[in-house]
Design a protein around this ligand. Sequence first.
Ligand code: HEM
Length: 392
Amino acid sequence: MTVEFRPSELWEPDTRRDPHAFYARVRVAGRPVPQVDPAGNRLWIVARHADVLDGLQHPAIGHEVLEHQAQAHRRSEAERIAARQLISLDPPDHTRLRGLVGKAFTARTVAKLEPWIADVADRLVARALELGTFDAVADLADPLPVNVIAQLVGIPEEDRVRFRAWSATIVSAADHDASATLAFAAYIDELAERRRAVPEDDLLSELVALEAEGDALDRDELVAMVQLLLIAGQETTVDVIVNGIRLLLTHSEQWQNLLADPSLASAAVEETLRFRGPVEIVPPRFTFREIAIAGSTIPAFERVGLSLWGANRDPAVFSDPDMFDIHRSDVHRHIAFGHGIHFCLGASLGRLEARIMFDRIARELPQLRLAVDPDELNGFRLHRGTLPLRIR
Ligand code: HEM
């Protein structure tokens, strides 16, 4: 079937209102669809589940081309640090760094945080109960991940206000804010020095302890890693919590199911991730040569946009994909955390935070309602978004 696309359709206001209709047409087209982004770059969109998986594992798709281009004008310290982030590295650099970080960021590291996360969630929910009218973003979701990351890394209590301020700047800056990065880097240097002298039970101590074993993260890699945890772990988690609340409250029978059985919290998290995960398209990659993908070819040195939203609504994989259903049996096939070598490092942590939050909300705030007309939420975006709620 011939399906036609306008050159920048993905960014048109109508498409932003309903991106899923666009991805449905890309899936039907049976080829990667070139789109020109607002900066004038061409991005080849891939949207079928099987093709996105293929792209995420393709040996000739990666970040390296971007790296080489960036290297030419990369001089400042902030740019150097940004270039050492795990998420934008290819093998063998990625393999080495991920292996090292994986030694410190383990299932045990995450499990240890559970009681602490539950405590923060309890306090946020108790405060919401007192307020009566509150905002899902500012009062429930936003404060959780940054504090969890601070706890995970081992930021001392007295430095948390500073840490949260840096985090807000680092997370919100469209491009890297050099002065925030530098101040942050100097702080991490100093804290790492303290942990080398006296280790504690935290991620930073585990990361610097690798130095004794020979192979370790170098200074830029260490700073870049903590920075990436903030960038990758903050807004994504907020987004899952807020959109999960929105979806549950606008699908009242499922909300009632969750109230009757809060152990469904985990299923609600997974279906939120599938139906409306935080990552629409994974960070763009490049083709290293001409490649065959999605029933056609993409030339060498082109940008590829692998759409997780497209994959997670593919009718070839999910029955009735446009239905939000926390009871669906095929939900485990979603790829909201990506796939392959860059599979989300914080997946179990993000899942844990959202699950605890949904569980507490179901138990403690059964009277929860939207304080806005659901129709006004159609264009809901995470960035600077709000979701007004009330319990009275
Ligand atoms: C990578 C999604 C939470 C840390 C990724 C990727 C996705 C993703 C799709 C792959 C990107 C790519 O292939 O280019 C999510 C979602 C979250 C979440 C849906 C919802 C809760 C977190 C949290 C952390 C985290 C809480 C850490 C505190 C990372 C890191 C990477 C990553 C470090 C890079 C891994 C690598 O390149 O090897 N995430 N993320 N994420 N995520 Fe998450």
